[in-house]
Design a protein around this ligand. Structure first.
Ligand SMILES: [Zn+2]
Length: 137
């Protein structure tokens, strides 16, 4: 083990701090090492503190929150632009869809980091099974 690598101990996992670190695509445990690699890849473990992250499966959570935020940003802007300037529909659609695409492109990896960090803070791995209403499963 390298001297830089610290063994993670039982530490508090505050959700706001973890979310902020995750949104910046940093390790939720130390806030120094990267939690992501490439565009949407999750590192197996933090290069700084060694916290294991690769086992956490965020599934559709990041896409859901990305669309939720991007939609709530884009739609009011489109409506405001329509009210203010009455642009041609084609111009408005090209501008809105370009902005939406750009926002989604920039937001999705950050949302993935945030969801990953939230799951880490809550001790979830993404393979938890929910029982049905009658308590089976
Ligand atoms: Zn770390």
């Amino acid at each position: 083990m390298s001297p830089r690598l610290r063994v993670p101990t039982a530490q508090p996992r505050p959700i706001p701090r973890s979310l902020w670190r995750g949104f910046r695509q940093l390790c939720p445990a130390c806030g120094i090492g990267a939690s992501m690699e490439g565009y949407l890849g999750v590192r197996g473990a933090c290069a700084h503190c060694g916290e294991k992250l690769g086992h956490i499966k965020a599934d559709d959570g990041p896409a859901y929150f990305t669309v939720l935020v991007a939609g709530h940003v884009t739609v009011p802007l489109v409506l405001a632009a329509e009210q203010a300037w009455h642009p041609h529909m084609a111009v408005l659609m090209v501008a809105a869809l370009s902005g939406l695409g750009l926002l989604i492109w920039r937001l999705l990896p950050r949302m993935k980091g945030a969801v990953l960090a939230l799951m880490w803070a809550l001790g979830l791995k993404g393979d938890e099974v929910q029982g049905d209403v009658e308590g089976h499963g």
